[in-house]
Design a binder for this molecule. Structure first.
Ligand code: ATP
Ligand code: MG
Length: 413
């Protein structure tokens, strides 16, 4: 039998319905915020990612699906399945002179990305991202707009408790002085860093802070290194930009924290970087990553254009909403008296408990079977219970059954 490739997945049935719902919410939130859809090709010239994502990144160094087409005689070209979508959107923006429209130019996308990574929970080789890119505005209003759009989208999925982490990397000038300080303080530890970090030390030392290697993480905890990381090295202008952004978020009651270790994996970020995380996802905790990339459009051959955007991992969103979707009901009322069952269910719901009953007066064994699949507790209302005014309550995870005399006690279970 031919099977799907490692790290890829078929989506159908219940899962497809939830995916559709995630897509509809993304589309509605993005369009309400005046972003318009952009669909770019799934493959691009390899050079676009080498330059646009950066050749000191894990993506370009290890994770790209790159192949040659055409053969030597037909001008062989190297193409790559897109590992992310910012580079493609920027290419399109430049190619079609989209900067001719008055700024901001706002785009959203939803589609598959490809990275050759070790598959594990929350990490696939083909995965989906939903994202936005906003061009033409250097003011922090744009950073705020992008973060708000991400948070609003998560809210529509019922995800209210995710953590927004923020940092500022400063402009290329601040970034450079930070790089030098990091290099200096890390120099004595260079031999203890992992091989990737040794390479990053030369090519892009800030990325060292993004390392997931446990040994490297221990080194970052050292007092003298922490001091350099925590020091404010951004210039006045960048610091003002960051302050204004934080003010906007405060005004809008967005809960965030500043994480000075946050540098993000891609080379092109400057000033604001942010991630949105969930504790429920284990080690692959980031559902969203984004930031400002003012230099990228120019670097790829366009006119200088400030820009900011984010990308969300849809599989990780799915894992979170699925946990919600499979949340068990508080109660299932088992009874062959539909009127009493309906009344009790209603009473529980009015007390903010989720409850369901059997619509067809089926055999108790069938009702209990349904209850144990869908609820935490079964409340049994048989003849004895109804005539003697009590409830038999079965804890469906332990199987333990108890008698409860009054309704209020049910609410405390
Ligand atoms: P990570 O540190 O988890 O590898 P990243 O920095 O490589 O993330 P980005 O390039 O910022 O990720 O992508 C944005 C989002 O896309 C991530 O926050 C995550 O939710 C999702 N994502 C990235 N890589 C994968 C993958 N291989 N499988 C599933 N989702 C992914
Ligand atoms: Mg990654």
């Amino acid at each position: 039998m031919i099977k799907a490739q490692r790290g890829t997945k078929d989506i159908f049935g219940e899962e497809a319905i939830i995916w559709q719902w995630i897509f509809e919410n993304a589309k509605n939130v993005f369009q309400n915020a005046n972003f318009t859809e952009i669909k770019t090709p799934i493959f691009e010239a390899t050079e676009l990612f080498n330059r646009g994502v950066g050749d000191s990144t894990d993506i370009v160094n290890k994770e790209m699906y790159t192949f040659s087409v055409g053969g030597v005689e037909k001008n062989e070209t190297s193409i790559t399945l897109r590992p992310e979508n910012t580079a493609g959107v920027v290419r399109s923006f430049i190619e079609h002179n989209l900067n001719r429209q008055s700024p901001p130019q706002k785009f959203w996308y939803f589609g598959p990305m490809f990275r050759y990574e070790r598959p594990q929970a929350g990490r696939q080789r083909q995965f989906y991202q939903a994202g936005v890119e906003l061009f033409g505005i250097k003011e922090p209003t744009a950073d705020a707009e992008v973060i708000l759009t991400a948070v609003n989208f998560l809210k529509t999925l019922g995800l209210n408790n995710l953590k927004v982490e923020l940092n500022t990397l400063g402009c290329p000038k601040c970034k450079n002085s930070y790089k030098q300080s990091i290099k200096k303080v890390l120099a004595p530890y260079l031999k203890d860093l992992c091989d990737d970090c040794k390479m990053r030390y030369e090519k892009n030392p800030l990325r060292i802070l993004d390392c997931k290697n446990e040994n490297c993480k221990i080194i970052f905890e050292k007092e003298e290194i922490k001091n350099v990381i925590l020091k404010d090295y951004v210039c006045e202008e960048c610091s003002e930009h960051f302050k204004e952004l934080k003010n906007y978020l405060d005004e809008l009651n967005i809960d965030y924290s500043v994480n000075k270790m946050l540098v993000r994996g891609l080379d092109y970020y400057n000033r604001t970087v942010f991630e949105i995380k969930s504790d429920a996802l284990g080690s692959q905790s980031a559902v969203c990553g984004g930031g400002r990339y003012d230099g990228l459009v120019e670097m790829l051959g366009g006119a200088p254009t400030p820009a900011v955007g984010f990308a969300m991992g849809v599989e990780r969103l799915y894992a979170l909403v699925q946990k919600k979707a499979t949340k068990k009901l508080d109660f299932f009322v088992v009874s062959d008296n539909s009127k009493e069952a309906l009344k009790l269910t209603q009473k529980l719901r009015l007390k903010e408990k989720s409850a369901e009953f059997d619509f067809q007066k089926r055999k108790f064994s069938k009702q209990l079977e349904k209850a144990s699949k869908t609820a935490k507790y079964a409340i049994i209302l048989g003849e004895d219970e109804l005539s003697n005014n009590f409830f038999s309550v079965k804890n469906l995870s332990t199987g333990e059954q108890n008698t409860i005399k009054n309704f209020d006690e049910l609410l405390n279970l």
